[in-house]
Design a protein around this ligand. Structure first.
Ligand SMILES: Nc1ncnc2c1ncn2[C@@H]1O[C@H](COP(=O)(O)OP(=O)(O)OP(=O)(O)O)[C@@H](O)[C@H]1O
Length: 532
């Protein structure tokens, strides 16, 4: 296979931090090239160089050179990269929800029907919707997916939104290189398989694909070659799938063996136990699955998982309770009816929500790491105040904060210059770790946490899961964790509720067989099955 794009001795330094050092690699037509590495190892920085992203230009550029089809190129903007045939799908989706799938794909490149002659070099016309939809339909066919191009993007599941993003890149003329930064991160196993099939079809058309993921099994199954980055340098390269040994790759990435966390003290709910928290006749009032009430009970000191295929409403319990989603129904906590959206009262009662959309809801990008960790809902937490009785007027205990922040940085392996570095300068995965650290620092009684390990590398994932288990053991914390990572939930949870179309279909124990989980994932209740 011919080399399409080559990077030679790529080096990028952000202020004092070396993100990439002398990284050289090639991309061949039709190959899927996996890039793996721990959080902060330089994966996104490499993609940003290949895509001419603004962040690289605005922080002093990079050293080394890029060769595209034999010629040296310098991408000063993403437009330059697009022109040369390089496309990218970022972790954060960039779609217009109010437009249909075809309109998103053809945005700014629409087919037009002209209805005036050219006047002063300009021509008026209208958008040829049919032709645009036809193009989109053809690409969906090429990707192997069935989707009506006229569907509004806002109505699509997260996996289909990802597909539309990829389709948009594919529609750009002569796509030679497609960069995919963790495209499967928000997807469950089934949707990830669809996505991987679509990526295979794209590569078969001759496009070179770069695939980043923290799920090493996925990378090993999909890629033709794998490059391992560690602290900004290439730690290993694997050129043949038979050499892809996931344990060895993990060892190369992290530099140590990864021990899996597991729940050694699984709790069973005794018959007749009173729930700590119960949701009754509870459901969304708008959007998908509106008007379909469901119920859920949570018992003191348990770790309850909530899962299902992507987009089945897993987040609605925590989000609804904290007023981030319009919901109806009754929520009772320790026998008291709670008012939905009354965050002050919820926090007073010891509840904390760490949503899965942490970028929008959880990060103060310009503030230092320590501030992001110790800030509580109503200001800094008491134990970090010199004079707690003065509340907001009290100076902070900076020495205690530094010790605590350093301990968290060590424990979670947060890659940073110091506890004072602004969080916005950290890699995506390291930002996630800071958010999780803040949640556990508030010492809640009930913690709602969404996708605790999304975007987190394989070592830190286990440390975070371990931390949740320890908090339950040591402090009696009750945890509701919504996640698409069923294997992780089965390792740490006491019970797992499975959602389908906005309702809890069943609550299983982690030991129940795979077949039982598959059946409930497809929306089939045990009782219905038993009756048949
Ligand atoms: N805008 C920035 N300013 C300062 N440092 C930055 C900036 N962007 C990235 N870095 C630093 O560059 C290093 C590499 O970050 P990068 O985002 O490439 O890692 P990554 O491998 O993609 O991580 P993740 O798996 O968490 O997404 C990190 O140490 C990060 O703090």
């Amino acid at each position: 296979m011919a080399v399409v794009l080559e990077g030679r001795k790529l080096t990028k330094i952000f202020q004092e931090s070396i993100a990439l050092k002398d990284v050289s690699f090639t991309l061949r037509a039709g190959e899927i090239h996996g890039i793996v590495g721990a959080n902060g190892s330089g994966k996104s920085t490499l993609m940003n160089i290949l895509y001419g992203s603004r962040v690289i230009r605005e922080t002093g550029g990079y050293e080394g050179c890029l060769i595209m089809e034999g010629n040296e190129v310098k991408f000063n903007s993403t437009k330059d990269a697009n022109k040369a045939g390089v496309g990218m799908v970022h972790q954060e989706l960039a779609l217009v929800r109010e437009l249909e799938a075809a309109e998103n794909i053809k945005l700014n490149r629409e087919h037009l029907v002209s209805w005036t002659k050219k006047v002063a070099g300009k021509q008026l016309g209208y958008v040829h919707c049919q032709q645009n939809r036809e193009d989109a339909r053809k690409i969906f066919r090429d990707m192997g997916i069935t989707l009506d191009p006229a569907t509004l993007v806002g109505r699509l599941s997260i996996s289909m939104k990802q597909m539309v993003e990829i389709a948009r890149e594919m529609d750009k003329n002569d796509l030679k290189v497609l960069l995919l930064d963790e495209p499967t991160a928000p997807l469950g196993p089934t949707e990830a398989k669809w996505m991987m099939n679509a990526i295979r079809l794209i590569a078969e058309r001759g496009t070179a694909v770069v695939f980043i993921s923290h799920r090493l099994e996925e990378v090993a199954a999909l890629c033709h070659r794998i490059t391992v980055l560690r602290d900004g340098v290439i730690a290993a390269q694997y050129d043949h799938p038979p050499d892809f040994d996931v344990t060895a790759i993990a060892q190369n990435m992290i530099g140590r063996t990864v021990l899996q966390a597991s729940n050694g003290k699984r709790r069973t709910i005794k018959k007749g136990s009173k729930p700590l928290l119960s949701f009754e006749q509870y459901g969304r009032t708008t959007g998908a699955w509106a008007g379909r009430p469901t119920a859920l009970e949570l018992y003191e000191g348990e770790i309850l998982g909530i899962t299902g295929m992507a987009g089945q409403g897993q987040e609605m319990f925590g989000y609804g309770l904290f007023g981030l989603l319009p919901v109806e129904g009754t929520v009772t906590y320790q026998g008291k009816t709670m008012k939905m959206g009354n965050v002050e009262e919820l926090v007073q009662q010891g509840m904390y929500l760490l949503p899965d959309e942490r970028k929008e809801l959880g990060i103060l990008g310009d503030s230092p790491i320590w501030k992001n960790i110790v800030i509580g809902k109503g200001g800094h937490q008491q134990r970090f105040l010199k004079y707690p009785s003065l509340k907001g007027l009290s100076p902070l205990r900076q020495d205690a904060i530094q010790v605590y922040a350093d301990q968290i940085i060590q424990q979670f392996q947060i890659k940073c210059l110091s506890y004072q570095q602004p969080v916005g300068q950290l890699s995506g995965g390291n930002q996630q770790k800071v958010c999780i650290a803040r949640a556990i620092t508030t010492h809640p009684k009930v913690l709602f946490i969404g996708e605790p390990t999304r975007g987190i590398d394989i070592y830190s994932k286990e440390r975070i899961l371990e931390m949740l288990l320890t908090m339950r053991e040591d402090r009696g914390l009750t945890i509701v964790v919504s996640s698409g990572e069923l294997s992780e939930l089965r390792r740490i949870c006491d019970r797992i509720a499975i959602m389908y179309e906005g309702c809890v279909v069943d609550v299983l124990t982690p030991e129940q067989p795979e077949t039982e989980f598959s059946r409930v994932f497809a929306g089939r209740r045990r009782s219905t099955d038993d009756e048949n």
